[in-house]
Design a protein around this ligand. Structure first.
Ligand SMILES: N[C@@H](CCC(=O)N[C@@H](CS)C(=O)NCC(=O)O)C(=O)O
Length: 212
């Protein structure tokens, strides 16, 4: 049985949960991290030395880094994983590129917006950091707006891939009413894409609930 460890209010845990729902793979999940603790225990650190979530156990496979976990789940499903992870080298690399971009560029740009607006009491929020995060994130979302500009329904073309899932989890944060602040530009194509991916049952179950 696939065992995912991670609290359900973590963006990086949403990703593999949504993938699992898309693939229809049976799994179990245990809440760990933040208010649930566990991540600082020697047992958990042996599994994931970062003390972060998510982690995954499956037989003798132990894994961390959410995007690697998502890729592993697709490899388990086999073939192109219901279209989520294309097999042609160019198409697969194109999906992978967005996963790397999320980790290297989008996440650092957006982090202060989410942390201040969702995880920090109002009186302690650093609104200068929020404003900077809005500016920096908007530059990233403008890249996605441009990508969707040729009328493609999904990031990689006509079908949903891992790129939509991973970026969709972060779009949920950016577009969420929880983080609405002044100066956030409108991206019509991003909104239309987000409405499309929001209909997926995996999104509805794990990603749509209120941020906390
Ligand atoms: N790059 C890592 C980041 C993991 C990460 O920072 N996870 C956060 C939650 S989104 C975490 O573990 N926070 C501490 C906690 O939950 O205790 C990944 O994608 O898995």
């Amino acid at each position: 049985m696939i065992h995912l460890l991670g609290r359900a209010n973590s963006t990086n845990v949403w990703k593999p949960l949504w993938v699992l729902e898309e693939l229809g793979l049976p799994y179990e999940r245990t809440d760990v991290g933040m208010e649930h603790g566990v991540v600082d225990t020697p047992e958990y650190r042996a599994l994931n030395p970062n003390g972060r979530v998510p982690s995954l156990r499956h037989g003798d496979v132990e894994l961390w880094e959410s995007n690697s976990v998502c890729r592993y789940l697709c490899l388990l499903a086999g073939g192109d994983a219901k279209g989520l992870y294309p097999t042609a080298p160019g198409a697969r690399a194109s999906v992978d590129r967005w996963l790397d971009w999320q980790l290297s560029t989008l996440s650092p740009a957006e982090r202060d917006l989410f942390w201040n607006m969702v995880r920090t009491p109002e009186e302690k929020r650093d609104m200068k950091a929020v404003a900077a995060a809005v500016t920096n994130s908007a530059k990233c979302w403008a890249i996605i707006e441009d990508r969707l500009g040729d009328g493609r329904p999904y990031i990689e073309g006509d079908t949903l891939t891992l790129a939509d899932i991973v970026l969709g989890c972060f779009a949920r944060r950016w577009l969420g009413e929880e983080v609405r602040v002044a100066g956030m530009p409108e991206f019509p194509k991003l909104n239309a894409w987000f409405a499309r991916i929001s209909e997926r049952p995996g999104f509805q179950r794990w990603v749509a609930p209120k941020l906390f």
